[in-house]
Design a binder for this molecule. Structure first.
Ligand code: CTP
Ligand code: MG
Length: 166
């Protein structure tokens, strides 16, 4: 899951600049995505996810970690891209609900990346998904994600990278 988990913190570290919605509003008069979704964050996040995935593929070959799911360039790219597309879609719906940028939306803020990453895999590379991700692994991901999410955001807040600890 590292290629899906890494993009969000990297986007928080390196994001900023031009927002993806270019400042435009939706028909409801609110921002399309908001200032928290930028091109720099999107690109840096996806690149970081792919780089960590390439390191995992290397490590698996070097240390013969055959019991782990075997990543491919496609699977790591879909995990990284899907994670941030899920985050972007979440912000779209968050704005429609009238929630401000950076405000709390507990379950959505935690599972957006999992939903995005797995939906993209399901649509583009389902054979990899069903061959490599067991039901037990998927359940473990659902349990670990909120814990890791909360821990990373508290660390990000303490390091003053994030403005809020969620
Ligand atoms: N970020 C970015 N580009 C992205 C995603 C994130 O630049 N595509 C950066 C922004 O600086 C953002 C920070 O990472 O503020 C934290 O991301 P997140 O918590 O997802 O955004 P929020 O600011 O909480 O905005 P939203 O309410 O839309 O979720
Ligand atoms: Mg947030």
């Amino acid at each position: 899951m590292l290629p899906a988990y890494i993009p969000n913190p990297v986007a928080a570290l390196f994001g900023g600049g031009t927002p993806i919605d270019l400042g435009r509003n939706f028909s409801d008069g609110r921002r399309l995505f908001g200032d928290g979704k930028t091109y720099r964050g999107l690109v840096a996040g996806i690149l970081a996810g792919v780089v960590i995935g390439l390191l995992q593929i290397q490590a698996q070959a070097v240390f013969s970690l055959t019991y782990l799911p075997a990543h491919t360039l496609l699977s790591i790219s879909l995990l990284a891209t899907g994670a941030l597309l899920g985050d972007l879609c979440k912000s779209f719906f968050k704005r429609r609900l009238g929630k401000e940028r950076g405000s709390k939306w507990p379950l959505a803020d935690m599972y957006d990346l999992v939903i995005g990453a797995f939906l993209l895999l399901l649509v583009i590379d389902p054979s990899w998904l069903f061959a490599q991700v067991t039901l037990a692994a998927f359940i473990l991901i659902l349990i670990l994600t909120p814990i890791l999410h909360r821990a990373t955001n508290i660390i990000g807040y303490l390091l003053k990278v994030k403005e809020v600890p969620w």
